[in-house]
Design a protein around this ligand. Structure first.
Ligand SMILES: [Mg+2]
Length: 437
């Protein structure tokens, strides 16, 4: 490929799925989400057929804001050479967060930061496709020094220095090849949230919970937080359906104040919940620490709405979480997620990624598998969330076998959607929406 090849377009597509019509994805704070993607496509003039695809996930109307935020980053991308971006993805990510005027909207949080994440992830997709590797292996082939160069250590050095990060990665270097082979042979453990949406009847919940166990899952998750009586009843039904040996996590989606979280979870404690996810505001670090101390041994998990590496740093420094839940589209892309994986490894806290939505399972599996290969080196007490929605729209959809993610082998980040899906669900002009809006 000529080294003069350039990025010639950053296309943004607004893609929405009318999931609210069936209450899929319903929880205590998000009663009617339309799962949506602010979708990015990087096109080049390299002539090799490779494009970079990624997306930011939203739950509907937020897609308007998200798509515009992504478009605002185009001047940092279009016209740059492909090698300039793909050979220095750490440097590229840093250029996107330091626009002197856009930065005011964060810094490094919210819609502008998610836009950065989408563009950064599209660049990783392009770079991995050029290398002919799925992203988890592309990352897993990098040296400790190359990986550390991906990370912006600004605001982290009181908890993690570049030297410590290199040490963590060096300790995991022996055995990388064996772990790649183990992933290719047996995949990575998953848990399923499909039985537990708040809008489902008890009968549907129990049926789906039993099916999950039959399908090989050793953990399920229920949404909670709307009514304590309903939650006790649903937790009873779920525990009866799966038996004592299957973990049941619960997820309040930020519904509670701190004391309310403690009181509510004490009502559910007899049914042995494994973790309570997002008990309160994702910004409330000390609140999470209080909840964790009060509810032990029930674990506290959060992360899908944690804005950036600094909040993760403080959650870990404060002893506020037992489980770190990275998300593929919340923070500033793969580079910042590498920082969060390194922080979690430093503090010895397992990472159990958030997924679901649209495309989140496809993307985040790469980060969990990379963590196993090159960072934590273990799958112990680690599971990736799985929800069986909307995978049919992806060219390289996740595959689950016996309750485990099958390691992807196609090059890239697995985020690329079928052209027909991008057209059909285009908002508001695609055929699916034309009759609705
Ligand atoms: Mg959640």
């Amino acid at each position: 490929m000529p080294s003069t090849a350039r990025i010639v377009a950053l296309d943004v597509l607004d893609v929405r799925f009318p999931t609210s019509e069936h209450l899929d994805g319903s929880d205590a704070m998000n009663p009617e989400p339309d799962y949506s993607a602010a979708y990015v496509r990087l096109c080049t003039d390299a002539g090799d057929g490779h494009e970079g695809h990624a997306l930011a996930f939203t739950t509907g109307r937020g897609n308007d804001v998200q798509a515009n935020a992504i478009a605002a980053l185009a001047p940092y991308v279009v016209g740059r050479t492909v090698t300039d971006i793909c050979d220095d993805l750490g440097g590229f990510a840093r250029t996107l967060v330091h626009d002197p005027q856009l930065r005011w909207l964060g810094p490094e949080k919210g819609a502008m930061h998610m836009a950065t994440g989408a563009v950064v992830n599209a660049a990783w997709d392009l770079a991995a496709k050029r290398a002919g590797l799925p992203v988890w292996r592309f990352l897993g082939e990098m040296s400790p020094e190359e990986l550390v160069a991906q990370v912006d250590f600004r605001w982290l050095s009181d908890a993690l220095t570049p030297e410590e990060a290199v040490d963590i990665l060096r300790r995991a270097e022996p055995g990388r090849r064996d772990r790649i082979d183990l992933l290719l042979a047996g995949g990575y453990p998953a848990y399923t949230t499909s039985p537990g949406w708040l809008g489902y009847t008890d009968e549907k919940l129990a049926r789906l919970a039993r099916e999950a166990v039959t399908d090989g899952f050793s953990q399920i998750k229920l949404k909670v937080g709307a009514s304590v009586e309903d939650d006790v009843r649903r937790m009873t039904a779920a525990r009866e359906a799966v038996g004592a040996g299957v973990r049941i996590a619960v997820d309040a989606n930020q519904r509670w104040d701190v004391q309310q979280a403690i009181d509510w979870m004490r009502e559910l404690a007899p049914y042995d919940p494994y973790w309570i996810e997002e008990p309160t505001s994702p910004d409330d670090i000390l609140g999470h620490a209080t909840i964790r101390r009060a509810l032990r041994p029930i674990k506290v998990a959060t992360g899908e709405h944690v804005a950036n590496r600094v909040v993760f740093k403080q959650l870990l420094q404060a002893g506020a979480v037992d489980i770190v839940q990275i998300d593929s589209t919340r923070v500033g892309g793969i580079n910042e997620n590498i920082a969060i994986l390194l922080l979690a490894a430093k503090f010895g806290v397992p990472v159990c990624p958030h997924a679901g939505g649209v495309g989140l399972c496809e993307m985040v599996q790469h980060l969990a598998m990379f963590d196993y290969v090159a960072v934590s080196g273990t799958m112990h007490n680690r599971v990736i969330e799985y929800v069986d929605h909307l995978h049919e729209h992806f060219i390289d959809p996740v595959r689950i076998r016996h309750g485990r993610y099958v390691a992807p082998t196609l090059p890239g980040l697995s985020a690329q959607m079928h052209p027909a899906s991008l057209e059909e669900y285009a908002y508001p002009t695609g055929p699916v929406w034309a009759s609705r809006v």
